[in-house]
Design a binder for this molecule. Structure first.
Ligand code: NAD
Length: 469
């Protein structure tokens, strides 16, 4: 362990102590205080939009400014606004019925902040995935420590600096560092741990949290399929699937990982995707709207997935670069792989890049069987003209979330819960679900000074006979 890591670990322990002491010493934050916290966050994101665009671009080498504006800045503003508007309803006390035998009295649930929460975020949407959980934690009245990804150090530093100007360290703190720091972070006895990242690291995080009996939310990955029904025009589907797949160069947890469509239409669909690519991202090598891959290691991994598919006999179609990508950028061309065999890594691992396997199916039942034979996906997309076909398909599969006739947009509806199921995660956030993730639902029964239940005490004698009836 390096000296910096040792110092970061010491610091995070003392910040946790400080945050917990502050939480215990003060009353819970009021509605007005929480709304002010959210407003500050929202204003900061608006004010520093340019800074975020530049920092994320620098971390990626090249990240589409529009994609940062839509998926990080715009997303965050909508999320914080939604929380501010709905907070009075979310925070309100829930009255519960009191049975005759326990009357008189009041039963209700107070929605209390859990306390000090830890947030670990990945690099693919480095601002959204650090600040959206923070929005939920602040709405719930919690204090928070954030550990951003080491792959996006400039964004992490910007988040640290920007939040440092808004909040005291005993309210919101940012801890930077890689896996060693993150491992130590996840073993702290938080009141809730919120992790976004890969399924393999998610398992380690769940184990570390279990040691402290810390409740944990796991926002993980997986292979999210897009399935086209026989009644849907494959050329139409190609347009939105291409957008979902090549947005952020496929480095999106809910990007369509692979496509299934009626057998015999694979090539027509592939050509429709390639023509969409030519129109939307012409000369992808030198196109500011075509994001590069986060690191050389990730770029090489994608190359080896495609190579293995080629060696296994699959047809590979790749968009050509007219201009070579600028020196030092890890740009990977939009790539389609037709009917790859099931056993290769491309069909076993989450792709997380601009490579799209295209598979034929023998009908919707066949597609459902294929999906159900693997891990539960984070998202599922079904394209069908008839609403019934789409809904029937949803009722025979299971995924964290789903969108019909378009990819990814279920994630952008602020009132919908977002989360995985099985290997793609547990727990959820966004909207009220996010508020509840960081909230303890505290049950209270309020009795008057003299309550008839006082009569139920030993010796029970006849009373016992009465209750047995
Ligand atoms: P990752 O798991 O490598 O890293 C995520 C975070 O975990 C980073 O902050 C990292 O420092 C930390 N970490 C690394 N090793 C650790 C360890 N041993 N113990 C504790 N923490 C550790 O993930 P990534 O590569 O940054 O992100 C890509 C993955 O995240 C993909 O699988 C993607 O699908 C998933 N993802 C999921 C969502 C979602 O909302 N469900 C969103 C974005 C990304």
């Amino acid at each position: 362990m390096s000296e910096i890591e040792t110092r970061q670990i010491e610091r995070m322990k003392s910040v946790l102590k400080e945050q917990r002491a502050a939480f215990d010493a003060e009353r819970h934050r009021t509605l007005e205080e929480r709304r002010a916290d959210l407003k500050k966050l929202e204003e900061m994101v608006k004010r520093r939009e340019r800074d975020f665009i530049e920092a994320i671009s620098a971390d990626y080498g090249r990240r589409s400014a529009a994609e940062t504006a839509i998926a990080e800045v715009g997303f965050m503003i909508a999320d914080a606004k939604h929380a501010r508007k709905n907070l009075p309803r979310w925070m309100s006390v829930r009255k519960k019925a009191v049975p005759m035998t326990l009357q008189p009295g009041n039963a209700y649930v107070r929605r209390e902040p859990k306390g000090v929460v830890g947030i670990v975020s990945p690099w693919n949407y480095p601002m959204q995935l650090a600040l959206a959980p923070l929005t939920a934690a602040l709405a719930a009245g919690c204090r928070a420590m954030i550990k951003p990804s080491e792959y996006t150090p400039r964004t992490a530093e910007l988040i640290r600096q920007a939040l440092g100007e808004l909040f005291s360290e005993s309210h919101v703190a940012v801890i930077t560092g890689g896996p060693v720091v993150s491992e130590a972070f996840c073993s702290l006895p938080f009141d809730h741990l919120f992790y976004t990242g890969s399924t393999s690291v998610g398992r380690l995080v769940a184990k570390a949290a279990a040691e402290n009996l810390t409740p944990v939310t796991l926002e993980l990955g997986g292979k999210s399929p897009a399935v086209i029904a026989p009644d849907f025009d494959v050329n139409e589907a190609a347009k939105t699937i291409a957008w979902g797949k090549f947005f952020n160069a496929g480095q999106t947890c809910v990007a369509p990982d692979y496509v299934m469509l009626p057998k015999g239409r694979e090539e027509a669909f592939a050509h429709a995707v390639l023509s969409e690519v030519r129109e939307r991202w012409p000369d992808a090598g030198d196109n500011a709207d075509y994001t590069s891959i986060i690191s050389e290691r990730h770029h090489q991994r994608l190359g080896s997935l495609v190579e293995e598919a080629r060696e296994a006999g699959a047809t590979v179609l790749q968009a050509e670069f007219d201009t070579a990508p600028p020196q030092g950028l890890h740009v990977f061309p939009p790539t389609l792989v037709l009917n790859p065999p099931e056993h290769i890594r491309l069909m076993q691992e989450e792709i997380f890049g601009p490579v799209l396997p295209i598979l034929g199916h023998d009908g919707m039942s066949d597609a459902a069987r294929f999906i159900n034979s693997g891990d539960r996906p984070l998202a599922l997309y079904v394209y069908a003209k008839a609403k019934d076909t789409a809904r029937r398909f949803l009722s025979r599969t299971l995924s964290g979330g789903a969108s019909v006739n378009i990819p990814m947009l279920h994630l952008s509806v602020p009132d919908l819960p977002f989360g995985g199921v099985g290997a793609s995660g547990q727990g959820a956030y966004h909207g009220e679900e996010g508020f509840l993730t960081f909230t303890h639902q505290r049950a209270v029964f309020e009795a008057p000074v003299w309550h008839p239940s006082r009569l139920i005490r030993p010796p029970y004698g006849k009373m016992f006979e009465f209750f047995k009836k």
